[in-house]
Design a protein around this ligand. Structure first.
Ligand code: PMP
Length: 406
């Protein structure tokens, strides 16, 4: 049995006491950090802090080992064929912007088609929209079905128009839908497209194998998977990364610079201009260790149990509408809902009075809000440290909000 209460004890921020105690249900925005990750950061800064890839002294060599060692760790974690396929970025947003600005600007031409979906977080849509606008390409978004899944007929119809790139999320940050990335990628490749996956909401919660999925690019953020803020990963297939020009110019990304011309470093350094956030990379490594110790199969089962309980109990409250796939299908632990007659922000504020932290708003997914016919939802998201008591607090809080507005 997954012991979430024991897991919770590893997270100092969740054990600060106070009244009412904190019920943290906003991990889809950013997760909390276990002591092991905090210790890894403190240990890095107290024992080996130094710039990387420059110094010959012992501290610098230790920092090099920590940084490049974590690159190897990340490569094994998502089953990349080589650490060279792992680029450290500030997060998912920067990773997708990197792909759109380098691969996109090199390969997209006027009249080309970019396929995305209506369920994207803005960070997997806006960078592609920007580059499409710049080069005169078209961008089309796959519709969703009533139950919040991608409309696969519409997807196939768009693939028949031979897009150059298909960019979509593995897990919706609003609906909790898990998209069939492997099947959709195979279809996109058959249509001649490159595939870029937003894995910000999948890698924290499920095992992701980039070779099995066969995606060309995949992006995720450390801060949603128990790691530090400001660090993330872009995975790119070696052949695709090697074909791409740099994203930013500066230190570390060059092979040779003369006043006339600069040549580029090999991958992945070509895409890591400037001093990287070495301590945060080390923290990401500790977060991966922590998640792997817990085990992804148990994590997914636990989160599904909590989400299913929340969906069933919220749906049973008159006047509450829950969005996304039903409780009994494979889905992520993200539950979005609307309470009739109470604005989602008021629901969130009233929950906060009782110590329950949830998110309210458009969740950086305005096209999805439009498709759902709402301006905002309230969202509860579950992670490894949540327990069934947290679902009780959520339900009690929603009923309280209804009473306040009755
Ligand atoms: N994609 C999805 C699905 C997300 O949920 C988020 C974070 N809310 C992002 C991308 C962006 O991640 P970051 O802000 O860490 O770059």
């Amino acid at each position: 049995m997954f012991d979430a209460a024991a897991v919770k004890r590893d997270f100092p921020i969740l054990n600060q006491g106070g009244a009412p105690p904190l019920t943290f249900l906003d991990s889809a925005a950013s997760s909390q950090k276990p002591q092991a990750v905090i210790d890894a950061l403190v240990n890095y800064y107290t024992t080996i802090n130094s710039n990387v890839h420059r110094g010959v002294y012992k501290l610098a060599v230790a920092a090099d080992h920590a940084y490049d060692g974590t690159r190897e760790h990340v490569a094994r974690f998502i089953n990349a064929t080589s650490p060279d396929e792992i680029v450290f970025t500030r997060g998912t947003t920067e990773a997708i912007n990197l792909v759109a600005a380098t691969w996109g600007r090199t390969n997209l031409r006027e009249g080309d088609l970019v396929v995305s979906t209506v369920m994207e977080h803005h960070s997997c849509f806006v960078p592609w929209q920007m580059i499409a606008l710049e080069v005169g390409a078209r961008i089309e978004a796959v519709r969703i079905t009533e139950s919040g899944e991608l409309d696969q007929d519409h997807y196939r119809e768009l693939l028949s128009q031979n897009p150059k790139v298909v960019a979509f999320t593995q897990v919706s940050n609003v609906l909790g839908t898990i998209n069939p990335v492997k099947e959709m990628t195979a279809q996109a490749h058959a249509a001649g497209a490159v595939v870029c996956i937003d894995a910000a909401q999948s890698v924290p919660h499920m095992a992701v194998d980039v070779q099995d999925l066969d995606v060309d690019f995949l992006a995720f953020s450390a801060h949603k998977m128990l790691g530090p803020m400001g660090i993330g990963v872009l995975y790119g297939k070696r052949s695709v990364l090697e074909s791409m020009p740099p994203y930013q110019g500066g230190g570390s990304m060059i092979r040779k610079v003369t006043l006339e011309k600069t040549t580029w470093a090999d991958i992945p350094s070509r895409f890591e201009a400037g001093t990287p956030s070495v301590g945060d990379v080390v923290g990401l490594g500790a977060a991966i260790d922590y998640l792997q110790d817990l085990g992804y199969a148990d994590i997914a089962r636990h989160e599904h149990e909590l989400a299913a309980a929340a969906i069933i109990r919220l749906s049973a409250i008159p006047g509450v509408t829950v969005y996304g796939p039903p409780a009994d299908v494979a889905r992520a632990g993200v539950v979005s809902f609307v309470v009739d007659g109470v604005h989602p922000h008021d629901v969130a504020a009233l929950l906060d009075e009782r110590g329950v932290a949830v998110r309210a708003g458009h969740h950086c997914a305005q096209p999805l809000m439009k498709a759902l016919g709402v301006t905002a939802t309230t969202r509860a998201s579950f992670y490894v440290y949540n327990t069934i008591d947290d679902v009780d607090r959520l339900i009690e809080g929603v009923e309280y909000a209804q009473r306040v507005f009755a």
